[in-house]
Design a protein around this ligand. Structure first.
Ligand SMILES: Cc1cc2nc3c(=O)[nH]c(=O)nc-3n(C[C@H](O)[C@H](O)[C@H](O)COP(=O)(O)OP(=O)(O)OC[C@H]3O[C@@H](n4cnc5c(N)ncnc54)[C@H](O)[C@@H]3O)c2cc1C
Ligand code: FES
Length: 382
């Protein structure tokens, strides 16, 4: 009985903040949990925030400590996460990042380009992470991050996740196929392999329009010099056009034996998927998509978020997740691209439409809010 209540108090003290992993919790985490509870019913975050903006009992936060130009339209952001961040992520995973602009939080996913448990090169005691963002034409958040986010900005973070990862142990033969910003998760994998000095037989074919557009160009060239087992093949599409998959037989005749990771524009990934499937090698191929292929629109309507009592009038192209966030509702989310299922909620009234295939969902069904729009008025259980 006594030991049960001791365990109960301990669990109460150590209960994780939202997003934080339970494993590997520190004394500081327990203290934070306690602080959150002894200040109830006042809001502990208000006090913690006054002491340090990265301290939160409710959510993961981070501070942008360095902004480095990669190319004319891409930057690396080095972020120092606050309490509760899991630095033992798997190379290739992505995080969610929330940025406050004009009073509203805007969330997007970005692949981690740093290896797990990475420390600041100038301060070994400080663990940091990095992402690299390429500005999309007319892209709202990517343009802001590339062209205007100042060092020192405090951001919200969602924990690392995703299945596009480097397995342990690393396969004997590896092929990476990337283009544009699709190089980012692979950079996280390559840096991890470099840190482990484990680059036994890796071919990386990367496409960009010009040499100046190649993200991490110098680092890829250095790795190419450093390891006999690493080949960095850069294809400049401005000069040579798209990389022809049919040339793999000639250039890398053992490509069929290689576990392959591919990330880049949708068209390239569809071609790769078809090529591998036609060769009967679909199980060797791992793909990460940064965007979702939309082939439908909804009708729009008034969306009611039942648990909060809020509602919003939206068009048929706006996702229900975006509609909720715009209305100040805390929507559950992960990849924001229809992959992870974190955003699934039930419709309790009306209809929604899946923007990928046009399929209609009705009351009683569950939907992924990140790729669904209103098909008339509807109510969500959130
Ligand atoms: C798992 C995952 C990991 C990602 N990792 C990275 C990363 O490491 N680096 C990075 O730069 N981006 C990455 N992205 C893409 C990123 O999340 C954003 O989608 C991207 O930065 C565009 O956001 P935005 O706010 O600028 O564009 P928005 O304002 O949301 O969109 C503007 C327009 O661009 C289109 N669009 C949106 N995203 C893309 C895209 N990726 N390609 C082509 N058109 C698009 C939209 O359909 C829209 O028409 C990742 C996405 C996912 C799902
Ligand atoms: S957020 Fe991942 S499926 Fe919707």
């Amino acid at each position: 009985m006594v030991s049960k209540s001791v365990q109960g108090i301990r669990a109460w003290l150590e209960a994780p903040v939202a997003e934080a992993k339970v494993a590997g919790r520190t004394r500081l985490d327990a203290l934070r949990g306690a602080a959150a509870r002894v200040t109830t019913p006042l809001l502990p975050d208000d006090y913690l925030h006054l002491v340090n903006p990265l301290w939160s009992a409710r959510e993961l936060r981070g501070r942008i400590v360095d902004v480095r130009k990669e190319t004319a339209d891409a930057v690396t952001l080095v972020i120092k996460p606050g309490w509760g961040f899991d630095f033992k992520f798997t190379p290739g995973q992505y995080i969610g990042i929330g940025v406050l602009i004009d009073g509203r939080w805007h969330w997007r996913s970005y692949s981690l380009t740093s290896p797990p448990d990475w420390t600041d090169p100038d301060n070994r005691a400080k663990r940091v992470i990095s992402i690299a963002v390429k500005a999309m034409p007319e892209g709202f958040l990517s343009s802001h991050l590339v062209n205007g986010v100042p060092e020192g900005t405090v951001v919200r973070l969602a924990a690392p996740q995703g299945g596009f990862v480097l397995p342990e142990p690393t396969p004997a033969k590896v092929l990476f196929l990337t283009a544009g910003s699709g190089v980012t998760p692979v950079m996280g994998m390559l840096r991890t392999m470099d840190r482990r000095a484990n680059m036994s037989d890796v071919v990386h074919i990367h496409s960009a329009r010009t040499a100046e557009d190649v993200m991490f160009r110098d680092e890829l060239a250095e790795l190419n010099e450093k390891y006999a087992g690493f080949t960095s093949h850069v294809n400049l599409t401005g000069d040579r056009g798209k990389f022809a998959l049919s040339t793999l037989d000639e250039l890398y005749p053992d490509w069929r034996e290689r576990q392959t990771w591919a990330c880049g524009p949708l068209e390239m990934l569809n071609d790769i998927e078809n090529h591998w499937t036609a060769a009967g090698l679909a199980e060797n191929l791992h793909i990460e998509r940064f965007e979702v292929e939309r082939s439908a629109v909804g009708e729009g309507g008034t969306v009611t978020f039942a648990r909060t009592g809020r509602s919003a009038r939206v068009d048929g192209a706006t996702t229900l997740m975006q509609a909720g966030e715009d209305a100040g509702v805390r929507m559950p989310f992960g990849c924001r691209m229809g992959i992870c299922q974190t955003c699934v909620v039930a419709i309790t009234d009306g209809h929604a439409r899946d923007l990928r295939n046009g399929m209609e969902h009705q009351a009683g069904e569950k939907i992924q809010t990140c790729i669904s729009a209103a098909a008339g008025d509807c109510t969500l259980d959130v």
